[in-house]
Design a protein around this ligand. Structure first.
Ligand code: UT7
Length: 320
C-alpha cells in the first residue's frame, strides 16, 4: 500500500517578541485577562519588511534538511496562508524561486487556520494517487500585518511564524486519514475584508475581525466531531492517540478537546503561550517543535486538527 509519510519538519519564528505587557500599553487589557482567557503570554512579530515568504523559506529549508532530500527532487510546493506577500504571484512561487527549484507546480491554499490540514489532504491525494513522491507543504502567516492594534478583542491573539513538512511516498503507514469540512454560512464570524484597491472599504479595512464567543462555541463542537470522525474512520479509540497536535487558538479550546479525548495535557503539544495564534502556521510549528525536542517519536500516532475562518476545519490522523 502507498502512504504519505512526514519525512522532515522545519519551522521559523521572527525574532521580535510582543509580550502581554506590550499590548497593555496599546489597548484596555491586562496580562491576567489574556492569560486566563487565552493562555497566551507572548507572540512573535515580523520585522519591518519581513513577509510570509521569508518565514516560509527558512522553515522549508529546515524541513528539507531534516528530510535529508535533495531539494531538486521536490515535485510540488504548497503554501497554506491567508497573508501572502502579494496578490500574485502566489507565495509558493516566491518560495520556489528562492529555493532555486524551478519547474514543478507551486500554489497557495487559503483555508485560514485550517490551511495546513487542507494542505496535508491535498498533498496526500497527489502522493497516494502516484502522481508525486515528494511534496513540500508550508504553513506561513504574517498575521500581525492584518491585526488592528486598537481592537482588544483580536490584537491580543495573533502571532507570526511558519512551519513546513516534506511529505514523501512510502510503503510504511503515514497519513491514515484526512477529513475536511467547511460551512460558509459562518463567513461573518471570522473575517478580513478585501485588500483589493477598487473593492477596499474605508469603513472596513482588511483587519481580522472575530466574534470570539460564537467562534469559540462552534470550534469546541466542530473539533470534537471531527476528532470522533477521524477515529471512527480508522476504527481507533481515544486511547490509540499518542499525541494531539492542535491548532493553537485558545488554551481552553485545546484543554476541552484533550479532556474529551481523555488525553493528559502532557500528551498535547502546546505552543500557544509563546506563539499565540499563528493560523495556518500553528500546527506545523507545534509539530516541528515536538519532533525536534524528542517528544514525538517515529511510529507514534498523531491527531492534528484545526478550525478557522469560513468556517473551514478538519483533521489528519498520522503515524509519524
Ligand atoms: O483560530 C481560529 C479560531 N479561533 C478561535 O477558535 C478563537 C475563539 N474565541 C476565543 O478564543 C475567545 O472567545 C476569546 C479569547 C477571543 C475571547 O474570550 P471570551 O472568554 O470568549 O471573552 P468574551 O468575548 O466573551 O468577552 C468577555 C469579556 C467582555 O466584557 P463584558 O461584555 O463581559 O463586560 C469583553 O469585552 O471580556 C472583555 N474582553 C476583554 N477584556 C480585557 C474582550 N477582550 C478583552 C481583552 N482584555 N483583550
Amino acid at each position: 500500500m502507498r502512504y504519505t509519510r512526514i519525512a522532515g519538519t522545519g519551522s521559523y519564528l521572527p525574532e521580535h517578541v510582543v509580550t502581554n505587557a506590550d499590548i497593555e500599553k496599546l489597548v484596555d487589557t491586562s496580562n491576567e485577562w489574556i492569560i486566563e482567557r487565552t493562555g497566551i503570554h507572548s507572540r512573535h512579530k515580523v520585522a519591518p519588511g519581513e513577509r510570509s515568504s521569508d518565514m516560509a523559506l527558512i522553515a522549508a529549508e529546515r524541513a528539507i534538511e531534516a528530510a535529508g532530500i535533495d531539494r531538486h527532487s521536490l515535485q510540488l510546493i504548497l503554501v497554506a496562508t491567508s497573508t501572502p506577500d502579494m496578490i500574485l504571484p502566489n507565495c509558493a512561487c516566491l518560495v520556489q524561486e528562492r529555493l532555486g527549484v524551478a519547474g514543478m507546480p507551486a500554489f497557495d491554499l487559503v483555508a485560514a487556520c485550517a490551511g495546513f490540514i487542507y494542505g496535508l489532504s491535498v498533498a496526500d491525494q497527489f502522493i497516494r494517487s502516484g502522481m508525486y513522491d515528494n511534496v513540500l507543504l508550508i504553513g506561513t502567516e504574517a498575521l500581525t500585518s492584518i491585526t488592528d492594534w486598537t481592537d482588544r478583542e483580536t490584537c491580543v491573539l495573533f502571532g507570526d511564524g511558519a512551519g513546513a513538512v516534506v511529505l514523501q511516498a512510502s510503503d510504511q503507514p503515514g497519513i491514515l486519514s484526512t477529513h475536511l469540512h467547511a460551512d460558509g454560512r459562518y463567513k461573518d464570524l471570522l473575517r478580513a475584508s478585501s485588500p483589493l484597491p477598487t473593492q477596499a472599504d474605508p469603513e472596513d479595512p482588511p483587519y481580522v475581525r472575530m466574534a470570539g464567543r460564537e467562534v469559540f462555541k462552534f470550534a469546541v463542537g466542530a473539533l470534537g466531531d471531527v476528532v470522533d470522525e477521524a477515529l471512527a474512520h480508522n476504527d481507533l479509540d481515544y486511547s490509540d492517540i499518542d499525541w494531539l497536535v492542535p491548532h493553537q487558538a485558545n488554551s481552553r479550546i485545546i484543554s476541552a478537546l484533550a479532556k474529551k479525548l481523555d488525553l493528559p495535557m502532557e500528551r498535547v503539544i502546546m505552543t500557544i503561550a509563546e506563539q499565540g495564534n499563528t493560523s495556518a502556521a500553528s500546527v506545523p510549528l507545534a509539530l516541528d517543535i515536538a519532533v525536534r525536542d524528542g517528544r514525538i517519536q517515529r511510529g507514534e500516532r498523531l491527531l492534528l486538527e484545526a478550525i478557522g475562518g469560513g468556517f473551514c476545519w478538519g483533521s489528519a490522523l498520522i503515524v509519524y
